[in-house]
Design a binder for this molecule. Structure first.
Ligand code: TYD
Length: 145
C-alpha cells in the first residue's frame, strides 16, 4: 500500500534553511545574527566545533526543548536531520547560511572538511536533561507529539 504523507510530519515544520545577511565590501564579508530578529529565540549559549578529525561525526542526539542555529563559518560538513518521520542531509558550506532547527530534531554532523568550524547559537544553556541520546527513545517521543 502506498504511504500517505501527512504534512504535519514534514521535516520542513521543524527545520528551516536561513539566508543570513551578508555585507560585502573590499575589506571582506560580514554576517550577523540577532536573537529575536533573524532567529526566533534569544541566544543563551554559543558553542563551536572545530578540529574535527576526518571521518569523525558529532551530534547523534535530539533535544526536548532546545532550538539552535547551525552555521558553517569555515569549511563544510553535512548535517543529517530527522524528525522521526523524514530524514534529509543538508551540506553546510556557506558562512551566510544557517540551519535553524526547532526541538525534537535528531541530528548527525559528518563529513567535516579540514579546517571546518561549526558555529551553533542555542536557545538554552547546556542541560544534559534536555538531551535525547537514544534513537529509539527519540522516535517514541517524536511520534507521540
Ligand atoms: P555533545 O553535545 O554530546 O557533543 P556533540 O553533539 O557536539 O557531538 O557534547 C559533548 C560533551 O560536551 C558533553 O559531555 C557535554 C559537553 N558540553 C558542554 O558542557 N556544554 C555545551 O554547551 C555542549 C554543546 C557540550
Amino acid at each position: 500500500m502506498e504511504e500517505i504523507k501527512n504534512p504535519k510530519h514534514s521535516l520542513s515544520n521543524a527545520v528551516e534553511l536561513l539566508d543570513l545577511e551578508r555585507l560585502s565590501d573590499p575589506r571582506g564579508n560580514l554576517t550577523f545574527v540577532e536573537g529575536g530578529r533573524h532567529i526566533p529565540f534569544d541566544v543563551k549559549r554559543v558553542y563551536y566545533l572545530y578540529d574535527v578529525p576526518a571521518g569523525e561525526s558529532r551530534g547523534g542526539h535530539a533535544h526536548h526543548e532546545l532550538q539552535q542555529l547551525i552555521i558553517a563559518v569555515a569549511g563544510s560538513f553535512d548535517v543529517v536531520l530527522d524528525n522521526g518521520y523524514e530524514r534529509k542531509t543538508v551540506t553546510c558550506n556557506r558562512p551566510f547560511q544557517g540551519i535553524f532547527m526547532k526541538s525534537l530534531v535528531w541530528r548527525e554532523l559528518e563529513n567535516f572538511s579540514s579546517g571546518a568550524v561549526c558555529l551553533v547559537l542555542a536557545s538554552m544553556r547546556y542541560e544534559e536533561s534536555d538531551y535525547i541520546r537514544n534513537y529509539d527513545d527519540f522516535i517514541s517521543v517524536a511520534r507521540k507529539g
